[in-house]
Design a protein around this ligand. Structure first.
Ligand SMILES: Cc1cc2nc3c(=O)[nH]c(=O)nc-3n(C[C@H](O)[C@H](O)[C@H](O)COP(=O)(O)OP(=O)(O)OC[C@H]3O[C@@H](n4cnc5c(N)ncnc54)[C@H](O)[C@@H]3O)c2cc1C
Length: 401
């Protein structure tokens, strides 16, 4: 069987890539195949926050939010007794990934795109003018494509092929959904940095979800080694502090942060979504995957136009796009906050009004933070000139913990 494009993975990134291709060139509709090893709806551990430019990306793709969602109009940032609440320029919508991803698959099918479930990309070989792809158990079914899109998530085979297995240590994310039962009733998204005092290099979240449930979890940067058991204990202890009891053990999942110079494309191959890397500061990747997918679709169409499938310019195109500029900036901020003097940088977010406003606008997708780099740098410099702020934060954690 021959296709122009095979997309491995029918998560938000893979579906967005297929949809973007068909929107731009409807004649591709019957020449694209999307494969997924799972059957939808499938489980996907996720906070479910459609943050950043998700709404814009979905509008650009002509995709609709057809599943229940909870609009969260506010974000609260905490560090022990410090609390800062900020109104989001537009509410972040919290969805359940099982439903959401299945709804995207359905919309792609409505456009005439073939999505095959329970069909895993087993192996592939770049040869001649395309890719020879093995599908299913043992790779017995062989398919040929001019382009293989790796949208196969964090364990991506395409990513491993391009990276030569040099993935490094992943970000870790833990997550559990539970009934609110009065323990926590708020329509705000909570980002709690208190566990940083105990060694976490990330944050704990509590997000509202439909039917009066909450979605709790934490993300941890790999700069500081903490075991899965340590992270689970941190999550449990700090949720207790917020009056939330974990009903069962929480599990952790890995994710790789985006690196601007990572090889995300190669001859006849491109990667999108988690396969290409997520936001290293927040651990978010839904909007990121969709935005990368749009850039990838443009690169694929250019490859067909020019009959040049080397994808030499793809990594640069992602770097120069809004999504790449935001990811690079967040990577830099993550290094400051999680690998530098964290109290200094956290006190900047908590105590500098403008900084929090800017980041809230970034989370709700009402601005492109990378367009405000100069303002950010000024805020950093201003902050370095006020060491008293960091001391206030140190006192806050000492008295509360
Ligand atoms: C605990 C946790 C919380 C998170 N919270 C948020 C959040 O609140 N907001 C946010 O924006 N992001 C969040 N993220 C990140 C977000 O979940 C991912 O970035 C997003 O799912 C990426 O989409 P994707 O399409 O690249 O990958 P996925 O959604 O993982 O989809 C990949 C697909 O590929 C399929 N697949 C895998 N291997 C193969 C194969 N060999 N052959 C065929 N198919 C294959 C899988 O079945 C899957 O359907 C969170 C992540 C975690 C782990």
């Amino acid at each position: 069987m021959n296709y122009d494009v095979v997309v491995a993975g029918a998560g938000p990134a893979g579906i967005s890539c297929a949809v973007a291709l068909v929107r731009r060139d409807p004649s591709l509709r019957h020449r694209i195949l999307v494969l997924d090893r799972a059957a939808f709806p499938r489980e996907k551990p996720c906070g479910g926050g459609l943050t950043g430019h998700a709404e814009e990306a979905m509008t650009a793709l002509g995709l609709e939010l057809t599943v229940p969602s909870v609009p969260s109009p506010r974000a609260e940032v905490r560090f022990w007794d410090w609390r800062r609440e900020v109104t989001l320029g537009r509410p972040v919508r919290i969805i359940r990934r099982g439903d959401f991803d299945a709804s995207l698959v359905a919309q792609a099918r409505d456009l005439g795109i073939e999505v095959r479930e329970r069909a895993a990309l087993q192996d592939f070989r770049v040869e001649g003018d395309g890719v020879d792809i093995g599908v299913g158990e043992g790779g017995t079914e062989r398919i040929r494509a001019r382009v293989l899109v790796g949208a196969d998530g964090v364990g991506s085979r395409v990513r491993k092929h391009l990276n030569g297995e040099s993935d490094g240590t992943p970000i870790r994310l833990f997550r559990l959904e539970l009934p609110a039962k009065g323990a926590w009733r708020s329509d705000a998204m909570l980002y709690d940095f208190s566990p940083m005092t105990d060694g976490l290099r990330g944050y704990l979240w509590v997000f509202p979800v439909a039917d009066d449930w909450i979605n709790v979890g934490l993300m941890h940067d790999p700069g500081a080694p903490l075991s899965g058991g340590d992270l689970e204990a941190l999550l449990r202890r700090h949720l207790d502090r917020l009056g939330i009891t974990l009903p069962r053990a929480a599990r952790g999942w890995p994710a790789f942060g985006y690196h601007p110079s990572a090889p995300i494309g190669g001859p006849h191959l491109v990667t999108v979504g988690d396969a290409a890397g997520i936001d290293a500061l927040t651990g978010e990747g839904i909007a990121v995957g969709m935005e990368q997918a749009i850039v990838a679709a443009d690169a694929i169409l250019r490859a067909f136009d020019q009959n040049d499938f080397a994808f030499r310019g793809y990594a640069r195109a992602v770097r120069q796009a809004t999504v790449g500029r935001e990811l690079a900036l967040d990577r830099w901020l993550a290094r400051l906050l999680y690998r530098g003097g964290w109290k200094r940088w956290l006190s900047l977010v908590l105590l500098d009004e403008r900084m929090l406003e800017l980041y809230a606008a970034r989370v709700s997708g009402t601005l492109v933070l990378a367009d405000h780099k100069r303002e950010l740098v000024w805020a950093l410099l201003r902050h370095l000139g006020s060491p008293g702020r960091t001391a206030r934060l140190t006192r806050a954690s000492a008295s509360a913990s």
